[in-house]
Design a protein around this ligand. Structure first.
Ligand SMILES: Cc1cc2nc3c(=O)[nH]c(=O)nc-3n(C[C@H](O)[C@H](O)[C@H](O)COP(=O)(O)O)c2cc1C
Length: 366
């Protein structure tokens, strides 16, 4: 099948894309000491510079925001310098790269926290599944500490500072992680948010922290360089909401008013972090469900093939498609799609942690 529609240009706010095959954010747990990108990370991103746009892996906005071993941050001068080498290499190869900034909230462990304190969350409800300590050892999740209201402005400031640091490091823009069961989504959904202050209760209150963050980042770097990732109907870490349709309709309508550069929706059909190839058959289609509430470019992700990606854009359900696992295995994914060349298969065993194997050694076309 022809995929011509994938290879038409697209504008996301201030960012011009030559085509619509985007690299999704992918945590790979291979950062250097102190959450600083290494030359290996530079090589990995530079190999993928032909993507219409690269999203970085989730990058933590503070020490408290960390939830996994060997992930990068964007809150120290050394981290900024490390990322500068990444953006320089991607730009030198003609690419574009946006940093996804994130706070894991309860999806963490006290071994990552300053002073070994408990991880934080809107309410003291632990996630399902297991955490991994800094040495990758699996461990049961702890019950997080509920944030005090007076602490919330510090979180907003940390997102704002992280966004400014990302721009200092040479990124083309910033994406706020509002999905995948992380802190901002923990505030959005009533399965994780039982607060009784202005940040809990009704939908407007639960959406307040995300929208405060968006307003603060937008004020710092400009809405035309800011996007948001959401995962309506996602289930990561056991997250849930009693009325996702009303919740996300409100959130997406509010984001639309703020004229951000794009909205990035993860489809509930796929696994949020690619833990399995199983599809959530019967899942609602977020792109079609929420498209009419966002007046701007929509990126859709999860479980796409080149064929379904082209068909989705053709049908007007999204403007661009972000590929995760296919970009892990195919550094030259756009060229392979365009030439109808065979695709390499990703090796799940090397997704997280390790070195060059399964990271920078997938072959490009000759
Ligand atoms: C190894 C791995 C790491 C991921 N890390 C992130 C991440 O840091 N942030 C995020 O928003 N999504 C993350 N995801 C989800 C992907 O961005 C994407 O939505 C998901 O893999 C579904 O797309 P796919 O079917 O094309 O792989 C990850 C997925 C995988 C497989």
């Amino acid at each position: 099948m022809a995929h011509d529609i994938l290879f038409t240009p697209l504008r996301l706010g201030a960012i011009e894309l030559p085509h619509r095959v985007i690299m999704a954010p992918l945590t790979r747990m291979r950062s250097g000491v102190g959450g600083t990108p290494t030359p290996l990370n530079v090589e990995y991103y530079a190999q993928r510079a032909t993507a219409g746009l690269i999203f970085t892996e989730d990058t933590t906005i503070s020490r408290q925001a960390q939830g996994y071993p060997s992930v990068p941050g964007i809150f120290t001068p050394t981290q900024i310098l490390g990322w500068r080498a990444v953006t320089d290499a991607v730009h030198a190869d003609g690419g574009r790269i946006v940093m996804q900034i994130a706070h894991n909230g309860r999806n963490s462990h006290s071994s990552f926290m300053p002073d070994g304190e408990l991880p934080i969350a809107p309410s003291a409800i632990p996630p399902t599944g297991q955490a991994h300590k800094p040495n990758f050892e699996p461990v049961d999740y702890e019950t997080p500490r509920a944030l005090e209201t007076k602490e919330l402005p510090e979180i907003v400031v940390a997102f704002r500072e992280a966004a400014l640091n990302a721009m200092d490091a040479g990124f083309d823009g910033v994406s706020v992680q509002g999905g995948n069961g992380q802190l901002l989504e923990q505030f959005l959904e009533d399965g994780t948010n039982r607060r009784t202050d202005a940040y809990g209760g009704g939908i407007e209150n639960r959406a307040r922290l995300l929208l405060d963050v968006v307003d603060a980042v937008s004020g710092a770097i400009g809405a035309e360089r800011l996007g948001v990732r959401l995962s309506p109907y996602g289930q990561f870490g056991g997250i849930s909401d009693s009325d996702p349709l009303s919740l996300f309709t409100y959130v997406i309508t509010e984001l639309s008013k703020r004229r951000i550069a794009y909205l990035h929706l993860i489809e509930a059909l796929g696994s949020e972090i690619g833990l399995s190839d199983d599809l959530h058959v019967g899942a609602v289609n977020n792109a079609t469900l929420f498209r009419s509430f966002f007046d701007g470019p929509l990126i859709s992700a999860a479980a796409y093939t080149p064929e379904s990606a082209a068909a989705t854009i053709e049908a007007g359900h999204a403007d661009a498609i972000a590929f995760g696992r296919l970009f892990i295995a195919n550094p030259d994914l756009p060229e392979r799609i365009q030439r109808n060349a065979p695709l390499n298969s990703p090796n799940r065993a090397t997704f997280y942690g390790g070195g060059a194997e399964g990271y920078t050694d997938y072959p490009s076309l000759p």
